[in-house]
Design a protein. Structure first.
Length: 256
């Protein structure tokens, strides 16, 4: 089985056990965001960091940092131990050596690229359940492939190489179990928070007084018609004739 197939088989094997947790956790994150949009986030306690506006307790951040620090230390140790392997000197056929070399190269790429990126994402969002589950799946795949290398080293390699890689494998397994417990606790905590927010939302909605229905009065009586206004007649101005002038009388002659 090649490296890619081994990783796919590993993911499928554990997908069924973690699928329900993942789906519930994503749904809870969505509902929790909706709840905070309704009621607003609570005031941040002392010694708390912020994750998307939601306070994260110091204890939670401290637990995660310890776990990630141990994981980074194990990754560094494993890279050094894998680099010391002399697979070309193993007393086995070429197909087995080729498979072991491919597995080692795959693990090295993961430890140098994929794993640091996932760790950075989780440090930025300490209580993000999808990011936590992403790290869990990556550790799960690493454990399976590294386990295959350890098994081959035990059969064809030196005892010192076997001991070093076995220690790395056990350390990865310890971190994986701790991460699984953390995901379960985060899911339970967020579920309890959702129940609380739903209760508060129902209480707030019940406290809002219902607005009385508006009365609409329909008046179907036809108002009396007003008489049409009378047109004002415009009277023509009277023309006054000028007074007649007295005609002069002829002078009377005196009789002699």
């Amino acid at each position: 089985m090649n490296t890619r197939a081994a990783i796919v088989v590993s993911l499928c094997r554990h997908e069924s056990t973690m699928k329900r947790t993942y789906i519930v956790a994503v749904a809870m994150c969505f509902l929790l965001s909706a709840g905070y949009a309704q009621s607003g986030p609570p005031p941040a306690p002392a010694n708390a960091e912020q994750q998307g506006g939601v306070p994260v307790s110091y204890a939670s951040v401290s637990q995660l940092n310890g776990m990630l620090g141990q994981l980074e230390s194990t990754s560094k140790s494993a890279q050094g131990d894998l680099a010391k392997l002399r697979i070309e000197k193993w007393k086995t056929d070429s197909a087995m050596k080729k498979q072991a070399l491919e597995n080692v190269e795959s693990i090295q790429r993961n430890l140098q690229s994929a794993l640091p990126e996932i760790i950075g994402q989780l440090r930025a969002a300490p209580e993000d359940v999808p990011a936590s589950f992403k790290l869990y799946r990556n550790l799960d795949a690493l454990y399976d492939v590294l386990g295959s290398v350890v098994e081959s080293t035990g059969a064809f390699g030196s005892r010192d190489d076997l001991q070093s890689l076995s220690n790395d494998l056990n350390s990865f397994e310890t971190t994986r179990k701790q991460l699984a417990d953390r995901i379960e606790n985060l899911s339970s905590s967020k579920e309890a928070e959702i129940v609380r927010l739903r209760t508060e939302l129902k209480t707030a909605q019940a406290a809002i007084p219902a607005a009385p229905p508006k009365k609409v009065i329909v008046d179907d009586t036809e108002p009396p018609k007003k008489p049409a206004p009378k047109k004002k007649s415009t009277a023509k101005p009277k023309t006054t004739k000028p007074p007649a002038q007295a005609q002069p009388q002829p002078p009377q002659s005196n009789p002699q």
